[in-house]
Design a protein around this ligand. Structure first.
Ligand code: NAD
Ligand code: UDP
Ligand code: UDP
Length: 320
């Protein structure tokens, strides 16, 4: 008798980043072998230090824009800098990461027969003319602006995923991720939740861009990781794209207020210019995830901000 193991070999690109490190942890806890691939551009070993002793965990310093030959059962392709200052630092490399990275991971999936998951983004909707955004909305994206390396790179990656499915019958899973926050976000990546919390903890002015009336919907990381795993485990006909995020919508002023309340900070708000092409509003329509995956976020903003604040508080105290 053969005994078949339920343990899978799972490759996570961008595994040392914010979302990737939580996913590594979750899949190890579920009993799998995890290969964490990262070039450590925005990710850090600190995010995965606690996993390094696990014999089922392996780290590979590699750039996803280069080919990779290995044997795997599943691939989560998360490698890509995610915040505007980071992805605009070397915009050409950002496009290469998304496009060549997708080609390489799809090539790897084709050769090994692995299922492959793409971390796409709500940025594919650009500055949306439809609100909230369903997956059927094609978006309103500037192809030549400073955000385009990220937005168009991710759009092209989606195209490649669907072409590999049509042409080579690959099993693909595409998640369009909306703003997510939680412990292990990069403290200097310029994203609003980390900026506001770090500023509040330091007693520095809280930088609200524009009038602060633009909206975003914030999902706590644990909710997001749950839907990643459910999507990967879903039947093959569910390719996505699937919106993944929390539909609760807040203005940046409301977020600033909540952060001040929860940190007990004396910081004051200062207004700064709105960045180029900054979307005015964003909220996921998660009907598809609700109906096909039985998923919806459970963690309210206030509830998720507490552990996030505690994380940054500890980070600042340790002098990092
Ligand atoms: P992150 O910057 O913390 O993680 C990205 C990881 O990818 C980092 O560890 C980085 O070092 C690595 N990386 C970057 N370029 C690479 C390359 N060429 N080769 C190998 N590794 C590379 O960001 P995150 O928030 O964890 O985002 C993970 C994924 O989710 C990204 O693809 C991002 O576009 C997507 N996403 C995130 C959010 C969010 O709110 N966090 C929203 C939408 C989409
Ligand atoms: N590739 C890879 N690992 C593999 C197989 C392929 O990194 O195990 C890369 C390789 O760089 C290749 C790309 O994926 O160029 C696309 O592979 P595919 O088989 O689709 O195309 P081709 O090999 O014909 O270019
Ligand atoms: N933002 C802000 N202050 C900051 C950082 C960001 O007001 O210090 C605003 C930003 O202009 C945007 C929103 O917060 O309207 C979310 O920005 P983030 O970069 O976190 O995500 P994205 O724009 O990619 O949704």
């Amino acid at each position: 008798m053969f005994s078949y193991s339920l343990r899978k070999r799972i490759l996570i690109t961008g595994g040392a980043g914010f979302l990737g490190s939580h996913l590594c942890e979750r899949l190890l806890n579920d009993g799998h072998d995890v290969i964490c691939l990262d070039n450590f551009f925005t990710g850090t070993r600190d995010n995965i230090l606690h996993l390094l002793d696990n014999p089922h965990f392996e780290v590979l310093r590699h750039d996803v824009s280069q080919p990779l030959y290995t044997e795997v059962d599943e691939i989560y392709n998360l490698a890509c800098p995610a915040s505007p200052p980071h992805y605009q630092h070397d915009p050409v490399h950002t496009t290469k990461t998304s496009v060549l990275g997708a080609i390489n991971m799809l090539g790897l999936a084709k050769r090994t027969g692995a299922k492959v998951f793409q971390a796409s983004t709500s940025e594919v909707y650009g500055d949306p003319a439809i609100h909230p955004q369903p997956e059927s909305y094609w978006g309103n994206v500037n192809p030549i602006g400073p955000r385009s390396c990220y937005d168009e790179g991710k759009r092209c990656a989606e195209t490649l995923f669907f072409d590999y499915r049509r042409q080579h019958q690959l099993r693909i899973k595409v998640a369009r991720i909306f703003n997510t926050y939680g412990p292990r976000m990069h403290p200097n990546d310029g994203r609003v939740v980390s900026n506001f919390i770090v500023q509040a903890l330091r007693g520095d002015p809280i930088t609200v861009y524009g009038d602060g009336l633009q909206t975003r919907s914030f999902c706590y990381v644990d909710d997001l990781i749950e839907v990643f795993v459910r999507l990967m485990d879903s039947p093959d006909d569910l390719t996505g794209p699937v919106n993944t995020g929390n539909p609760g919508e807040f203005t940046m002023l409301e977020l600033a207020q909540k952060v001040i309340e929860l940190t007990g900070s004396k910081s004051k708000l200062v207004h700064k210019p709105l960045p180029h092409d900054d979307p005015k509003q964003r909220q996921p329509d998660i009907t598809l995830a609700r109906e096909r995956l039985g998923w919806e976020p459970k963690i309210k903003l206030e509830e998720g901000l507490r552990p996030t604040i505690a994380y940054f508080d500890q980070l600042l105290r340790s002098g990092q």
